[in-house]
Design a binder for this molecule. Sequence first.
Ligand SMILES: C[S@@+](CC[C@H](N)C(=O)[O-])C[C@H]1O[C@@H](n2cnc3c(N)ncnc32)[C@H](O)[C@@H]1O
Length: 236
Amino acid sequence: MSGPDPVAVRDTFTSVAPRYDLANHLLSGGIDFLWRRKLVKQARQGAHNQILDLATGSGDVALALRCGLSAKVKITGVDFCEPMLERARCKRDQQNLEKELNQFLLGDCLDLEFQDESFDLITIAFGLRNLADRKLGLSEMLRVLKPGGRLMVLEFSQPYFWFRPFYYFYLKGILPWLARLVTGDRDAYLYLGSSISEFPDRVGLAQEIKQSGFERVEHEALTFSIVALHQGWKKA
Ligand SMILES: C[S@@+](CC[C@H](N)C(=O)[O-])C[C@H]1O[C@@H](n2cnc3c(N)ncnc32)[C@H](O)[C@@H]1O
């Protein structure tokens, strides 16, 4: 469950931050909007007062939750890369959203500065794969979730078998070159390809979440299983 070097991860996101959103939308062909919409739809099932969006980056998930959920819900985004958070705060301010209800805080997912049992719902989108220690990250998530609270993980997964050759050809052969045109940083997207190929499939990730102490875990494949949405519940 050990992952990439956190210093290298922070440097990578610092370098791509100014063009992160554009690259995301272009390189995914806009499907990232559909993945986030799916997450928000699932998040609507349940009453929440306090939501934590981990590895929030430029804030797209936190802001999509803001649009889709009650205006009273407090949404806190946490990331350890300040330039990504600056983008998130900028988008929040452009949308005239309240700072108190839409916080973006600097912090480390592996050492969260929140008390035990603080949140009803935790989301993490395309972040778990980037954590240096997934086991530690998941145990921190369990700790700060309230009893009966829910974790939602939106993350790249292993595509259906028949689709893998096409997908990995795009991911490792084409995407880094396209990314270089958009972001000027080919290496960041070489890292993306290798981090995805090394990441567990849906069943493997469900097992990891369960082994971390979540009582019930469900998962769903999205877009030929390029991406998966896992949900885990803490014992009530
Ligand atoms: C691929 S981006 C995802 C951003 C956003 N959730 C999204 O869906 O667009 C991954 C983010 O994880 C953050 N990250 C990685 N490890 C982290 C850690 N230990 N603590 C906080 N943030 C972390 C990076 O800084 C980066 O912003």
